[in-house]
Every structure is written in C-alpha cells, then in structure tokens.
Design a protein around this ligand. Structure first.
Ligand SMILES: O=P(O)(O)O[C@H]1O[C@H](CO)[C@@H](O)[C@H]1O
Ligand SMILES: O=c1cc[nH]c(=O)[nH]1
Length: 287
C-alpha cells in the first residue's frame, strides 16, 4: 500500500469532500467540461438532459448530469493557472486517491477534461468569432518551476525566452492527441500563449506601460517549423502540464473574442461562446 497522505497535505471538508472543489468521488463524471466564469456553468448544463448534482464553493461551481445517457460534469475554475493547479490536483485526488485510507488507488483512472474558454487572437487572419483548439500551449507563468520537468518538447519556451529576453524559461505542453483528433472542421488549430495576467502580461497598455516593449508584435512575428503563436489566454498551459504529469487527457478550446492586431472585440461574443459550447459537446461520444 502507498504512503498515507496527511490531513494537512490533502485537506478534506467535514463531509469528506475535497477542500476547494467541495466534491466527493461520486459527484464527478469521467468527462469534464470546464469554464472560467461560474455564470457559464448553466450555459453548458442547459444542454444536459438532466442534472443530478449541483454544488458551489468559491469560484468552483459544479453541475453533473447526462447527455444522451452519457454522464458528464461541467465545472468553473475561475481565472489563472494557480486555480488550475488546485483544480487538477483535487480532480485527480477524487479518482486516484482513496479518501478514506488516504492512499493511492492501485489502478490509475484517466479523466477527459475539455476547457471551453475565451481568448484573444494575436494574428490578423484569425478573426473574432473563430473557434480555435490549442494543439500546444506555452506557459509564461511560474507554476512549472514547482513540479517535475515535462517530457514534451520545450522549443517554444526557449525561443520566447530569447526573443523577449526573459529572466525565466516558459514551459510548453501538449493537448491530448485523442481529443484533438475528434474535433470537427469548424476548429482552427494553434499554439496558445498562457499568461499570468490579462493586461501587461498579454502586452496591453491601459495606464501602466508594460516593461516588455512591442510584446504583441514580437510574439506574433515568431515562426518555427512552419508554426506560429496564435492566441493569448490564462489557463491552457497549466491544464496541459498538470494533465501530462497527472495522467489525464486535456484539450483547451477557445472562442476568439478579441483580435489584438486589428484591435477588435467580438460584438457577438455570447453567440460565439454558445457555438463553442455546442461544438465542444460533440466530443462527448457514446461508449
Ligand atoms: O473565458 P475564460 O475561460 O475565463 O478564459 C479567458 O478569459 C479570462 C480573462 O478574461 C481568462 O480566464 C482567460 O483565460
Ligand atoms: O485577449 C484576451 C481575451 C480573452 N481572454 C484573454 O486572456 N485574453
């Protein structure tokens, strides 16, 4: 039997649920859709045939139900990779740790996790209203400084470090090839830059001037082996890295609501998001 995980390291609530997500193992389906905004959870679960379980703690709202007989969960995570670290760790604990004995289960269970999020394009030919799947992601945050080294290629991280003269090396992680291969033709594929903020970390100036000059244009011009960076958001690299380390299949889907080069915002962002939700639901195939 594996070592017992102490009460201070994996915290459970008085009812036995995991600390932040407030879920017990039976509340979670093997296929999980995620959204950033708690108010978007019902926009996904409106397409469920039934909702059997609902709960909320902090920004983590959960609805579990069924579509065409398939059990499915939708959860909100809030913004940023710090939340994704909590989310992925506790989700994994629900399926791979015996919460009674506090030991690892003898067999690993892999979840399928699909992010349905918003994003800003950094290329002029990716218009607002596009649906884009992140085939890989590069993390500009520090999360992976605290976890074991990823086995996947890290060429983009090193190239961005050199291009922007950063004092750290961004990390790179990949989407689940299985989930990616099941997408319909409505999706563009791209390389997503995950940033630890919305304004200066994505090259925006409101009042404060970002330290990195011309960040958007310098990133947009990068090209390696026929690939380029396509979009900014704030979670995908954290999902992919934690998914790789914990053994779960993850895919991040983006509704492009801003085009940073053209300086446009999608006037129909809600419609675009609904198209993304409906396209993402097609990934839930009958077993
Ligand atoms: O729409 P969501 O999924 O929240 O994603 C994007 O929107 C938020 C910023 O507005 C960040 O979380 C970013 O990643
Ligand atoms: O530009 C954008 C739009 C949505 N979300 C982001 O993080 N950036």
């Amino acid at each position: 039997m594996s070592q017992r995980i102490p009460e201070s390291e994996l915290i459970l609530n008085a009812d036995g649920s995991v600390y932040h997500l407030h879920l017990k193992p039976e509340n979670l389906a093997s296929f999980v859709f995620t959204v950033g905004d708690p108010d978007r959870v019902p926009l996904v679960s409106q397409y469920f045939d039934e909702i059997e379980f609902q709960t909320r703690k902090r920004e983590f709202v959960t609805h579990t139900g069924r579509i065409d007989g398939e059990r499915v969960t939708v959860m909100s995570t809030g913004m940023g990779t710090d939340n994704i670290e909590i989310f992925m760790t506790e989700l994994d604990a629900l399926v791979n740790i015996d919460l009674e004995s506090r030991t690892l289960n003898p067999t690993h269970r892999s979840l399928q996790i699909v992010r349905i999020g918003t994003s800003g394009a950094m290329q002029s030919d990716i218009p607002v209203g596009s649906l884009l799947a992140s085939s890989k992601a590069v993390g500009m945050d520090t999360l992976m400084q605290f976890y074991p080294t990823l086995n996947s290629p890290q060429v983009w991280g090193e190239a961005i470090r050199q291009k922007l003269k950063l004092g750290f090396t961004p990390y790179q992680a990949e989407a689940s090839s299985n989930l990616l291969s099941r997408l319909g033709p409505e999706f563009l594929k791209g390389i997503t830059l995950t940033c630890p903020g919305f304004y200066a970390p994505q090259g925006r100036t409101v009042k404060l001037k970002p330290v990195i000059d011309q960040m958007l244009d310098r990133l947009a011009a990068m090209e390696m082996e026929g690939e380029r960076l396509t979009n900014f958001e704030m979670e995908t690299a954290g999902y992919y890295a934690m998914g790789a380390l914990l053994g779960h299949q993850v895919l991040s889907l983006n509704a492009i609501v801003a085009n940073r080069i053209l300086k446009e915002f999608d006037k129909e962002a809600e419609k675009t998001l609904d198209s993304l939700i409906r396209a993402a639901l097609k990934l839930l195939v009958k077993k």
